[in-house]
Design a protein around this ligand. Structure first.
Ligand SMILES: Nc1ncnc2c1ncn2[C@@H]1O[C@H](COP(=O)(O)OP(=O)(O)OP(=O)(O)O)[C@@H](O)[C@H]1O
Length: 292
């Protein structure tokens, strides 16, 4: 644990919009350098809240009530905002869900890749351009010279995501937070992009927190997994253990509900109501312990 790049310890948060309802309930997880940790759960489970808490981008109505977020030995939640921003800027990069809205529509790809290199790494214009071209090559972009001159709307969804992956790794971050980065892509491109993120992350020895609702994605890219329901950890462990020997009924139901790659026609089975009821009971028991 002491070698963790990122360590989230007993993080709890409430939503003031929903009358102080808990949205994270004592969440702890860690990411080691070079490791991909999957943060998994259905819609509303609290995945984005964890990611936003790390990035200091929580919505105004959401408040962390306890816990710590430690990045390379520095606690982020109590850090003075300016120091926190510079630490995050230097060491953490985000690969967002929607590449189009993450890119500036009125600027060429070259500007979007070189700005960060000039600002954060102090590169000259020529050096930033050289590095940007090398990065586009590294993310297997064809004709990088031509791509540098294009605007985001002139690229396909997959190409835009490659540009954002290049941008994320440009500053040599220690941690990458990927927020459902392949949801908007079709299945073939999704596979290529996942493989690319994995390659880049291994080559650069970068840790990654990978937010997804898709166990197929988890199987492909994650070393370890934290499964959330209602902001509470239902199960956590190495990916193979979780997918092949799930312990919690909720994990078992989700694994059973995922379409098998060799039998996609089987489709999805819903999580049985009895399992959902058990998860809700666990949350209620936790809340009683908190308030009782
Ligand atoms: N802006 C907000 N203000 C108040 N509460 C919010 C806000 N955004 C989300 N929440 C609450 O936080 C809880 C967790 O939401 P969160 O977005 O973290 O889930 P998620 O697992 O990322 O879901 P999704 O996969 O749909 O993005 C939900 O109960 C939601 O209502």
């Amino acid at each position: 644990m002491s070698a963790a790049l990122l360590s989230i310890e007993h993080l709890s948060a409430i939503s003031e919009r929903e009358g102080g309802a808990s949205i994270l309930r004592d969440v702890s997880l860690s990411v080691a350098p070079g490791e991909v940790h999957g943060l998994v759960g259905e819609s509303g489970a609290g995945k984005s809240t964890v990611a936003r808490a790390i990035l200091g981008m929580l919505p105004r109505a959401v408040r962390v009530t306890s816990g710590a977020i430690i990045l390379s030995g520095t606690e982020l939640l109590t850090l003075e905002p300016k120091r926190r921003r510079s630490l995050l800027g230097a060491h953490v990069a985000l690969i967002p869900q929607d590449p189009l809205s993450a890119l500036n529509p009125s600027r060429r790809i070259e500007a979007q890749l070189t700005d960060g290199l000039r600002m954060w790494k102090g590169c000259s214009a020529a050096e930033a351009r050289r590095r940007a071209l090398a990065l586009l090559d590294e993310v297997q972009m064809r004709e990088p010279e031509r791509v540098m001159r294009l605007y985001p709307h002139e690229l396909s969804g997959g190409m835009r995501q490659r540009v954002l992956i290049a941008a994320a790794f440009a500053l040599e971050p220690r941690l990458v937070i990927a927020d459902e980065p392949t949801t908007a892509l079709d299945v073939t491109v999704q596979k290529q992009i996942l493989r690319l993120i994995r390659d880049m992350q291994l080559r650069h020895d970068t840790g990654a927190l990978f937010v997804t609702h898709d166990l197929g994605v988890v199987a492909q890219i994650c070393d370890r997994v934290t499964l959330l329901f209602g902001g509470r950890i239902m199960e956590q462990g190495p990916t193979a253990d979780l997918l092949l020997r799930p312990q919690h009924p909720y994990t078992r139901a989700l694994v059973a509900a995922s379409p098998r790659y060799d039998r996609p026609e089987d489709g999805l089975a819903p999580v049985p109501e009895a399992v959902m009821a058990r998860c809700r009971q666990e949350i209620a028991a936790f809340d009683r312990g908190l308030h009782g």
